[in-house]
Design a protein around this ligand. Structure first.
Ligand code: SF4
Length: 185
């Protein structure tokens, strides 16, 4: 026991941040590839713990798999096959997300793959109908689920974080979110 009877307080756990698995180099994209961002991943790992997420692989859509695109109301789009719009993976993705949303509550931020119909933060193409014109742009199904349940969660995509100032700002937002959590798990 220490002389003063006081034990040093346990170090605060580092913030945990979700990240699209393909940005970590995991070969989970529809074409069997990845979009590894080694410099960004190294910067993030210096400040936070990363947790990989791939909704499409997690939902059992397979690797490789047919590409999908967002169609319909940008606030609640459906994810339909690009080549065959009869392929509708919306419910599979939403079911997987609903089952994993609680685990996302342990996160203090999320780094996402730009333009993905699942992971894109903003400006993801959303079409009025298969083969129809596109709306101005929307968010992927993972991001819509995150925003609905954790509206203040810091989110950014890999293209935004290529800018050093934006990355610093994002990490500061993550630290503040983490510090404000009622229980740091
Ligand atoms: S963008 Fe998202 S859904 Fe697509 S491969 Fe990467 S992690 Fe998976």
């Amino acid at each position: 026991m220490p002389k003063n009877g006081l034990f040093p307080s346990a170090p605060a756990p580092r913030p945990r941040v979700g990240i699209s698995a393909c940005l970590l180099g995991e070969a989970v994209r529809y074409d069997g590839g990845h979009r590894h961002q080694p410099a960004l991943v190294a910067r993030l790992r210096a400040a936070v713990d990363l947790q990989a997420w791939c909704p499409e692989a997690g939902a059992g859509l397979g690797v490789p798999r047919p590409p999908v695109q967002l169609v319909g109301d940008p606030r609640r789009p459906r994810a339909l096959g690009v080549d065959d719009p009869r392929l509708d993976v919306t419910d599979a993705l939403r079911d997987w997300l609903a089952r994993h949303l609680a685990a996302m509550g342990a996160l203090s931020g999320f780094v996402l793959k730009r333009n993905s119909p699942s992971c894109g933060v903003r400006d993801v193409p959303v079409f009025t109908a298969p083969g129809g014109p596109r709306h101005a742009g929307g968010s992927g199904l993972l991001v819509l689920a995150l925003l609905a349940r954790y509206p203040a969660l810091p989110l950014a995509d890999e293209a935004e974080l290529a800018d050093a100032t934006t990355l610093d700002d994002f990490l500061e937002q993550v630290r503040r979110y983490h510090a404000a959590r009622p229980i740091n798990v």
